[in-house]
Structures are given as structure tokens and as C-alpha cells.
Design a binder for this molecule. Structure first.
Ligand SMILES: Cc1cc2nc3c(=O)[nH]c(=O)nc-3n(C[C@H](O)[C@H](O)[C@H](O)COP(=O)(O)OP(=O)(O)OC[C@H]3O[C@@H](n4cnc5c(N)ncnc54)[C@H](O)[C@@H]3O)c2cc1C
Length: 511
């Protein structure tokens, strides 16, 4: 059952009740599990939760957007998956798209696939969906979680559930255009402005792409390809590097003999990192597996780019500026970009300023532990991260919740948002060590079928014989050998940067 229009809620009798302490007009829905967030993270949580429920138990899905798909609903139109499409899914749900294994799905194809995942889940479980509803608060009393939601038109809804999974992931919101003082430039956002639309096509003014991450690369590439005569410039901050698609996901028959799996890269990086040598680890990883086009590149956000695309963008760019734009101003009859360093650069009047600054790790919400003290609320977000990728976290942590193990395995949590603010350089080696350490603990705590059904595993790019060594390594318990090293590394990061990085307090209290 889907409630797309908050004004039109109709409850089935078994879900409607009035609760003391709740305003008389507020509808109360009862369920066994409620999931907040219908992006890839929430859909993975739903997929897993559904496996532990019987047909008469009920799942509820809440999302403030009007349908499932999360950030893909408002991504720029030329967005494509970084990784081969089959590796982006919920659980083990297969794509219905009939394309080559290496095909990079478009944003609309990703949305279709996520909708297909929801359809598969709808067929397997009793799912009641509340789109257009925003989760506001929850309280956990005597094993029941009372969730309060509201709609844009001011209506309220209470959900009483035995378990709540807050799966908002990165809480990505679309970029607005940059606010600038100049009246002579056109400041736009790729999320709301069509780079291939009539106005852009009709103009011959230079374009300044602000931001050197994946959105910046995609935008520069789209502009260079669509308007080969146009002057396209990039302001790249401190520079971003990407995992090379050719080296991590070699296409065609080459996946039988070339390339390195993400697991192997992560294992080796985690072994090299000791909590103090982030620059060395970054250099090692970047020069071996990376691709970038700026003179320096110190940011890495686990995105993938092909070397071919990288070279095409590099060849098509007019200028690359390694700084951060703070304003565009009209001064003495000229227009200038003003940078954080204090430098300025004259630009042509009428230039386009395209905001491609980051979306990831911008979450300003307060810290919340991944598991509530009462044990009924699981929160999948970046301030209490246990794995680097939020959808992986949703998949495994939901399994641990239902297996009754999430409060038993002393996973390390990391406040990624705080660390990224304090040290760009230490961020990704730490996230890698965290993921590697926790993944080993999780793998020891879940049945084999949980690992077998994990369709998001990027190593599945490679044929089974090439994965055999890692499977044997796991079976022989060799992933446990370096645990002390990883713990020491993470403790060092915690002490150096004064960030939350360690087991949840419930584990420390139990010692
Ligand atoms: C431009 C861009 C390109 C990317 N490309 C890739 C890629 O190619 N491959 C890849 O693996 N990853 C990619 N990512 C990372 C991407 O964010 C994840 O892969 C994934 O799709 C995000 O899913 P999510 O569910 O974590 O977050 P989202 O998709 O943001 O979904 C979170 C959902 O929670 C809802 N929500 C949040 N707060 C509330 C609330 N209080 N009440 C109700 N609902 C709420 C939101 O409305 C949203 O629908 C990309 C990210 C960006 C920004």
C-alpha cells in the first residue's frame, strides 16, 4: 500500500489506533519494522529486513521525497554510475536492463532499477509506503519505538514499531547556484539548470566549472563533448583523484587476467596505514590505482573515473585553477573571480559559473550512535559510520540487527564528517582501515548466505577463479591476522584528531 499524498491517508483497520499521549487527530500506524529513507541505503535495509519477517508482519517505508530513488531523483541529467551497473543494487536483486556487463547506467536507468528493487520487495513482504512524509523524531519506550512524521501541508503521523532503521545515508541535497555579488555572470547549478538546454546552447560565453570532484568531471565532460568550441575552465580546489576504472574494472575479457579488485586495494592500503602516514598511503594508492588531471590531487571520495575520460576532459579544458571560489565581483568595469587564497582572476562578462562543489560529508546533523541504547533503533549515517559505503552498512548492519548481533560485535564507529573537516588527507585511509577492520568482524558474525547474497560486492566484477584466493583467505581466517594493527591505527587517528573513533559506549561500558 502506498500513501503518496499525505492529505489522502487511509489506514487499514489493523494499522489505525489512537494512542494516549498522541493528539486525537493524529493517525497511528503500527508495524514491525519502519525504515526511513527510500534511497539505495534504505532499500538495502528493506531488502534485508524483509528476509526476517513473516507474511503477516509489516514493514513501513517513510521518505520525504515523492517516490523511491533518493538522490538520483535530483541528480544532474548526464549523471552515470561510476561502477558497472550490476554492482549497484539492493541485496542480490538482478538488473532487468539488457546491457553489456561494463555498461554504466544513466540516472534514469538507476532510478528504474531502484524502483524494480522496491517492486521485488513489495512482492515478498507486506510493505506500507509513506512518500511525502518527513521523519521528525522518535522515542523508544519499553521495546516500542514511537516515530513522529510530518507532511509539507502540516499533517502529522505516528508510527509505532518494534524496530526502526534510519537509513538516510549521506543526506544529499541538490546544490543551489553559488551566491555571487557580480551582476554580469550567470550562476547556475547542474541540479536545476539544463546544461544542454537552449539558453546554454545559444550562448558562447566561457564556462567556469567550480569543483573538481565527480560532478565537476561529469559537467566538464558533458560541456566539452556537447560544445567543442566552448571555453570550459575548471576551479578544482585542492584537486580530486579517482580510482581508475581501467585498473579496477577492466572491460571485456581483460577481467580474466588484468586489474586489481577493490578488496585487494583496501587490504593493502589498510595494512600500510598506521594512523600517522596518510600522505604516504595516499601517494601509494593514487599512483598505483588512481587517475587525475590537476597538478595536485589530495581529495579522494571513493569515486571511479576512466583514464580515457580523464584524458578527454584534460584535453578539452582551457584553464585549471587550484583554488576555491569565494565570490565573483564587478570591479572597475571588469568582472573577476575571487578565490579563498586572496587571488583574483578576470573573467569575461556573461561567463557561466556552475556550482559542482561537493554533496558528500556535508551532513550537519548531530551525532547519533549506530545503535540506540535500547537496541531497537539502527541509524545508518556518516557520523557513526561502520563501513565506508552507506548501502553496505545498511545491508550488513540490518542483518546484524535481526541476527541479534549488532549489540554484540564491538565494531568501531567513526565520525566521518568530523574527520573529513579536520583532515582531508587522513579521511580516506582511516575510512579504509575502518571498513577493513569492521568487515572482518562482520564476516565472522553472519551466516555464509549473507555474504553470498551481497550483490553490491565490487569484487564480483571478476570471474570466480580470480576471487578464489580471497575466498580461501577468508575461509582460513587470515583476515583476522592484522586486527591489532587496524585497531591501533584507528586509535591513533582518534587521539591525533580528537574524533569519535572506537567501539560504541555500550561496548566500553560492558568491559
Ligand atoms: C552526483 C552523485 C553521483 C553518485 N554516483 C554514484 C555512483 O555512481 N555509484 C555509487 O555507488 N554511488 C554514487 N554516489 C553516492 C550515492 O550517494 C549512493 O550511491 C547512493 O545512491 C545514495 O543512497 P542513500 O540511500 O545513501 O542516500 P540518498 O539517495 O540521498 O537517499 C536518502 C533518502 O532519505 C530520505 N530522507 C532523508 N532524511 C529524511 C527524513 N528526515 N525523513 C524522511 N526521509 C528522509 C531522502 O529524501 C532520500 O530519499 C553518487 C552521489 C552523488 C551525489
Amino acid at each position: 500500500m502506498t500513501h503518496n499524498d499525505p492529505g489522502m491517508i487511509e489506514m487499514s483497520d489493523d494499522t489505525r489506533s489512537l494512542h494516549s499521549g498522541v493528539e486525537m487527530s493524529t493517525e497511528v500506524v503500527r508495524c514491525d519494522v519502519a525504515v526511513v529513507g527510500a534511497g539505495q541505503t534504505g532499500i538495502n535495509a528493506l531488502f534485508v529486513a524483509g528476509q526476517y519477517l513473516s507474511r503477516d508482519q509489516k514493514l513501513v517505508l517513510i521518505d520525504s521525497r515523492k517516490r523511491g530513488g533518493g538522490m538520483w531523483l535530483d541528480a544532474y541529467p548526464y549523471v552515470r554510475l561510476h561502477q558497472p551497473h550490476r554492482l549497484f543494487t539492493a541485496g542480490n536483486i538482478k538488473w532487468t536492463l539488457d546491457r553489456a556487463r561494463s555498461y554504466l547506467a544513466t540516472g534514469n536507468e538507476v532510478l528504474d532499477h531502484l524502483e524494480h528493487c522496491l517492486d521485488v520487495i513489495r512482492q515478498q513482504v507486506r510493505l506500507e509506503e509513506f512518500f511525502g512524509w518527513t521523519f521528525d523524531t522518535h522515542e523508544e519506550i519499553d521495546g516500542i519505538v514511537r516515530v513522529r512524521c510530518s507532511s509539507e501541508d502540516g499533517r502529522h503521523l505516528v508510527i509505532e514499531t518494534k524496530r526502526l532503521i534510519k537509513a538516510y545515508g549521506h543526506r544529499i541535497v541538490p546544490n543551489d547556484p553559488l551566491t555571487v555579488s557580480s551582476k554580469r555572470v550567470r550562476s547556475v547549478s547542474p541540479n536545476s539548470w539544463d546544461m544542454r538546454g537552449a539558453e546554454m546552447r545559444a550562448s558562447d560565453a566561457p564556462v567556469w566549472v567550480i569543483g573538481g570532484g565527480k560532478t565537476g568531471m561529469d559537467t566538464a565532460d558533458a560541456l566539452i563533448t556537447d560544445y567543442p568550441e566552448r571555453e570550459v575552465n575548471l576551479v578544482a580546489g585542492s584537486g580530486t583523484w579517482f580510482l581508475s576504472r581501467e585498473r579496477c574494472f577492466p572491460a571485456g575479457a581483460r577481467r580474466w587476467w588484468s586489474g586489481t579488485s577493490i578488496t585487494n586495494i583496501i587490504r593493502e592500503a589498510a595494512l600500510r596505514f598506521d594512523g600517522t602516514n596518510e600522505t604516504d598511503v595516499d601517494t601509494w594508492m593514487r599512483t598505483r590505482y588512481g587517475t587525475w588531471l590537476t597538478p595536485h590531487a589530495s581529495n579522494f571520495r571513493f569515486a571511479v573515473l576512466s583514464e580515457f575520460e580523464n584524458d578527454r576532459i584534460a584535453a578539452g579544458l582551457n584553464q585549471v585553477v587550484m583554488d576555491y571560489v569565494v565570490d565573483a565581483v564587478d570591479r572597475n568595469g571588469a568582472t573577476e573571480l575571487v578565490f579563498r587564497s586572496g587571488a583574483t582572476k578576470p573573467i569575461a562578462p556573461g561567463s557561466w559559473i556552475v556550482n559542482c562543489t561537493g554533496y558528500i560529508l556535508q551532513d550537519h546533523h548531530p551525532y547519533e550512535p549506530y545503535l540506540s541504547p535500547g537496541g531497537a533503533v539502527l541509524s545508518i549515517h556518516t557520523r557513526s559510520a561502520t563501513l565506508t559505503i552507506q548501502s553496505y552498512m545498511a545491508y550488513f548492519m540490518t542483518h546484524l540487527l535481526f541476527l541479534g548481533k549488532v549489540g554484540e560485535i564491538p565494531l568501531y564507529e567513526l565520525d566521518m564528517v568530523d574527520l573529513a573537516k579536520k583532515s582531508t588527507a587522513a579521511f580516506h585511509p582511516t575510512a579504509i582501515s575502518l571498513s577493513h577492520y569492521n568487515a572482518g568482524l562482520i564476516a565472522d558474525g553472519v551466516p555464509a548466505r549473507v555474504l553470498l547474497d551481497f550483490g553490491l560486492d565490487q569484487d564480483r566484477w571478476y570471474p570466480l577463479p580470480r576471487r578464489a584466493a580471497n575466498i580461501a583467505r577468508h575461509a582460513l581466517g587470515r583476515h583476522r591476522i592484522h586486527r591489532d594493527h587496524h585497531r591501533r591505527t584507528l586509535d591513533t587517528v582518534r587521539d591525533r584528531f580528537d574524533v569519535r573513533c572506537g567501539p560504541l559506549e555500550i561496548f566500553s561500558a560492558g568491559k
